[in-house]
Design a protein around this ligand. Structure first.
Ligand SMILES: N[C@@H](CCC(=O)N[C@@H](CS)C(=O)NCC(=O)O)C(=O)O
Length: 219
């Protein structure tokens, strides 16, 4: 089988879902980073949504991060998703929920003033409160690292980076289990391997390029 080839943007938590999955399984892959503010023509030709991730597998293209991560999980063992259909469905549902929390995280990251950032933090906090009841710990479903862990790491990691810069927003104020899960994921070898070494500089540059309030907060 040809090596999976991902098209990515270096700060994208959606692409990270597949990269963490591949790293956790020890599968070799290629990755091409693009500038989302200046999308290359070849990318627009293969990406109908104009979004990353895109997976090239031989002559076939897949898009949508959940679809790609599940495909990679199916073809490269050991399977990280639950086998039981209902449990798998539950994990899928919460994977989708966690990416919605990531939407609040992104709004917070790019907010131009503190009031807007606080509003986004409150939105994330409210959503995290519902997530709390679902987490067994130390990983989502207990002792084993599963696909939902691989698919949630990037979103939760960005909340940790944000919280480190602006703890007074109380991002995890009502969500101690979510924070503990995020920290466990942050120290997992596959999650670490999925990030560029200079990711904090890349994050800082992203905040600066958006004139984000968060960028001016101390680390
Ligand atoms: N639903 C998509 C969302 C992916 C997404 O929003 N990717 C962002 C980067 S993190 C993107 O490509 N944005 C470019 C754009 O919207 O033009 C998925 O799960 O793959």
């Amino acid at each position: 089988m040809a090596k999976p080839h991902l098209v990515s943007f270096d700060l994208c938590p959606y692409v990270q879902r597949s990269v963490v999955t591949l790293e956790a399984k020890g599968v070799a892959y290629d990755i091409t980073y693009i500038d989302l503010d200046n999308k290359p023509l070849w990318f627009l030709e293969i990406s109908p949504m104009g979004k990353v991730p895109v997976l090239r597998q031989g002559d076939t293209t897949l898009f949508e991060s959940g679809v790609i991560a599940e495909y990679l999980d199916e073809v490269h063992g050991p399977q990280l998703h639950p086998v039981d259909a209902l449990e798998k469905g539950r994990h899928r549902a919460w994977m989708s929920y966690i990416s919605a929390i990531g939407g609040f995280g992104h709004a917070l990251m790019t907010a131009s003033d503190e009031a807007t950032a606080q509003q986004a933090a409150d939105g994330a906090n409210d959503k995290l409160t519902h997530l709390e009841e679902q987490i067994t710990g130390p990983y989502f479903g207990g002792e084993n690292f599963q696909l939902i862990d691989a698919c949630s790491a990037g979103f939760l990691q960005r909340l940790l980076w944000t919280d480190a810069r602006a703890p007074h927003l109380g991002l995890f104020a009502n969500a101690p289990k979510s924070r503990a899960w995020a920290e466990t994921l942050d120290s997992h070898h596959a999650v670490k391997a999925a990030l560029k070494e200079d990711i904090q500089e890349i994050f800082d540059a992203y905040l600066a390029s958006h004139s984000a309030w968060l960028g001016a907060q101390a680390v």
